[in-house]
Design a protein around this ligand. Structure first.
Ligand SMILES: Nc1ncnc2c1ncn2[C@@H]1O[C@H](COP(=O)(O)OP(=O)(O)OP(=O)(O)O)[C@@H](O)[C@H]1O
Length: 258
């Protein structure tokens, strides 16, 4: 039987006695492309932070390949939610990608070795923006900057890529390119992604986890209608629907034209 890459067992999490995640169970297998959706404040970022080890659960556990978190480490690449980068910081795209190189032996040494530089260059090539390597981050478009963050996450050759609303700052065309890129990466890497874009999710993700303090998992769907039906039968449907679907999408769905 295949051991899950990540297994979340009966996980609860509270901030200052305020519970934000309630008895969460989820198994993530190699090759999965799971999209987590839910309302603002539903606990999505908190769940990702628990998975990458930035937070410790108040209750329950997270197993990595069947082992407790502190015994086993899956390499995880993390692309955080869009934040207003300090664009005055004089870093190039290559500098940013190099920040993702983890070599414990070099932890206290300044600068990066040739191997790191080659890995960073390769990571930029994989994402298709090697021509931006020497450009300052401030001179890149929103989509290119987002790709740089993915290249940074990929440079440590992760088994799991965790992304928190990665397309929030990208236009529609850029988003399609971005999701195509994720689909290509998913041939080798497991993906767990928070997104609010149901249409894109229905085209690219393989399964959906609906999170609003509690989690409802929908392992398969074949169309946008299936995605909607999953939400109609989901215990957190109301809040999910109100944040992820525009009125226009709902009208289209009700007319049955999708
Ligand atoms: N460090 C913290 N201390 C106290 N409360 C926090 C902290 N971080 C998050 N919270 C609270 O936990 C709840 C869940 O927050 P979280 O950021 O995980 O939600 P989210 O689903 O990612 O939201 P969004 O879609 O708006 O990004 C919110 O009510 C938030 O205010």
């Amino acid at each position: 039987m295949q051991v899950p890459l990540i297994e979340i067992r009966d996980l609860c999490h509270s901030y200052q006695n305020q519970e934000v995640l309630h008895h969460i169970n989820l198994e993530v297998y190699h090759g999965d492309f799971i999209s987590i959706i839910g309302p603002n404040g539903g606990g999505k970022t908190t769940l990702l932070k628990l998975i990458i080890g930035l937070l410790k659960p108040t209750r329950g556990e997270i197993l990595i390949k069947g082992q407790p978190f502190d015994k086993e480490r899956a390499t995880i690449g993390y692309v955080p939610q869009y934040i207003n980068h300090n664009l005055n910081f004089p870093a190039t795209a290559l500098d940013v990608v190099l920040m993702g190189c983890h070599r414990p032996a070099r932890r206290f040494k300044l600068g990066h070795c040739k191997k790191d530089r080659e890995a960073a260059q390769l990571s930029l090539e994989k994402i298709g923006i090697e021509n931006c390597a020497e450009k300052k981050i401030r001179d890149l478009s929103g989509g290119q900057r987002q790709r740089v963050l993915i290249a940074r996450a990929l440079v440590s050759e992760p088994e799991l890529l965790v992304l928190d609303e990665p397309t929030a700052s990208i236009d529609t065309k850029g988003q399609t390119d971005f999701y195509n890129l994720l689909q290509e990466l998913n041939k080798d890497i497991t993906i767990l992604m928070v997104s609010h874009d149901l249409l894109m999710i229905s085209s690219y993700a393989k399964s959906i986890a609906c999170l609003n303090k509690g989690l409802s998992y929908h392992p398969t769907f074949t169309s946008f209608n299936d995605v909607l039906n999953a939400f109609y039968s989901c215990s957190v449907k109301n809040s999910c629907l109100s944040t992820t679907l525009s009125q226009e999408h709902l009208q289209i769905h009700q007319k049955g034209s999708l």
